[in-house]
Design a protein around this ligand. Sequence first.
Ligand code: SOE
Length: 380
Amino acid sequence: MSKKPLNVAVIGYGFMGRAHSNAYRKVGNFFDLGYDIRMKAACARSKDKVEAFASQWGFESTETDWRKLVERKDIDLVDICTPNDSHREIALAAAAAGKMILCEKPLARDSAEGIDMVKAVEAAKVPNMVWYNYRRVPAVTLAKQLIDEGKLGRIFHYRAVFLQDWTISSDLPQGGTGLWRLDVNAAGSGVTGDLLAHCIDTAIWLNGGVDKVSAMTETFIKERMHTLTGKVEKVGIDDACAFLARFKNGSLATFESTRYARGHKALYTFEINGEHASIAWDLHDLHRLSYFDHGDQGIVRGWRSIHVTDGDHPYMGKWWVPGLQIGYEHSFVHQVADFLAGVTQGKPASPTFRDALETQQVCDAVLKSARSGAWETVQG
Ligand code: SOE
């Protein structure tokens, strides 16, 4: 079958620019797509850096102005890998230009920006998706399958944490490459939008919508040098956030995230306790899913550790042979494969901008609750 050419443009060459470019390059080798992906253009402000990035990742051309890029007739898909403060503006222009849009998480700095983005892609009827990649780690997708099959029965508890330790030094500046995550104007929030957004996205996918939240946040280091102004400026992000939540299905949840958990680099874990079974997952052991089934015979009942590498496990039939595991970068490959399958079948793959707005609305309620000290209802 002949494949349709798909010209991809990636804006931003940071960590995510690399993760996504790697996915576009690999996906056609492992998944049967209706598209022939072409690495058409890379875009970033610095000419030297974007040219080096384009040559490393095999892009045919470069642009230093994203406005020019989104107007190009030879681009079909625009991938936004820039800091959060430019997501809205680029997405609105790309939607008006009729491009497919993939946007790095979180969708935006807040729901108000997110709503504009949802309206723009829906009015333009362009395929869209947000890169909440952890859904597509095979063990996490298996968790979804088990829940949807009813194996857990009624869900009582959801528990998630995302711990890091990379911002503990007070010498670390805010702003600029990578460190824009510490600058509230660029990021919108701290760990809430950067890390808890992942946990919330997975939780909504696995356990449905969140009704109410009660949160606390802390900014441990109050001032940092700003890379762009050279001045010591107030830190406006949350360094740590913990919140309680009530889901619409009646289950209770706790979520915690910090960049001050010495010894933890990216410890994302969740555990779900149901009436008949429980499941647990740990990003540091991402190819395993822990599963406890109360229906097992009593004398052998216990937590089992499923090595999610068999051909009938989600996505695994596309990779190597049973027993050989895959990793972090493959979740991005799966996301591109699902996105394009959705476009071909006219069934948008999740999370669309509208799905990701729900996560944004939970983040807004969490930050509101941390300020008010009260339980807040999630809007939307
Ligand atoms: C922050 O350190 C970060 O890189 C996030 O921005 C990513 O979304 C997360 O997956 C890993 O941590």
